[in-house]
Design a protein around this ligand. Sequence first.
Ligand code: NDP
Length: 292
Amino acid sequence: MSKQSVTVIGLGPMGQAMTQAFLDAGHPVTVWNRTPARADALVARGAVRAATVAEALAVNELVVLSLTDYDAMYAILEPAEQALGGRVLVNLSSDTPRKAREAAAWAAERGARFLSGGVQVPPSGIGTAESSTFYSGPKEVFEAHQATLSVLTGTDYRGADPGLAPLYYQIQMDMFWTTMLSYLHALALADAHGIPAEEHLPYAAAAMESIPGFLRFYAPRIDAGRHDGDVDRLAMGVASVEHVLHTTEDAGVDPALPAAVLDVFRRGMAEGHAADSFTSLIEVFRKPSPRA
Ligand code: NDP
């Protein structure tokens, strides 16, 4: 049986990896990119270059978009919107849940169906079954194209609301970026004392590997609204973060990150959580910042 043919619009590192994965799996692929030269290597490997966006839309029902954000989607598709009727747009670009809901409505007004997605791996993870992408949008549309989309990564369908895939994705990215910045800050502190990243690696890995245990311990308590100070107390946490901040300042390293952490801890103290667990800081996060 011949494989479903696909259009890929957007050939950054991610769109290139996706096109390659479709080609490797035997799917005919038509590509379009604002900067045409980004398609050259893929065309040499069998992709077909569409001369225009309208042509890229006309040749395939399934259109995968991999762009910097949703504004790029409008910039590309609006001039060719007469070609959107009957298409299935799968937007795997990062953006907010609100943007995805607006895009689904925009697509529907033009006769297209819409799935949103959040890819949870870097380009090197595209084409591997253990990778995963969140999807949301009409279930029947997802199911009709799941097999083809599975060529890219495993699929995790979150529901009919097109905002759900970006929501789950942004929640993951919220953790990813703060975690990775904490790592870089720790490395700057280590480096100020002549400790290179490779030497610090076992300790960094041990710190990260300890985190799931904390999550499993605290998640049910947080869901139950319990912030018992039986294992840790916020007052202890404040002292600990102050020690990190002072060690940072003594090393001449930028203190912005631990200072921001300390600010959150101090707001928790001001709200009367000194004897509660640090998990009580979720109450601080639930309210908008007084300075916002
Ligand atoms: P890039 O930001 O490099 O994607 C750039 C693509 O968007 C290019 O095709 C670029 O075209 C196009 N583009 C941007 N703005 C416009 C515009 N105004 N008009 C037309 N085209 C535009 O991202 P990646 O390829 O790295 O990733 C794509 C998406 O996947 C992003 O949303 C990203 O957040 C997400 N993602 C990326 C991961 C990664 O590790 N790279 C991991 C997980 C998700 P041109 O070539 O002409 O500049």
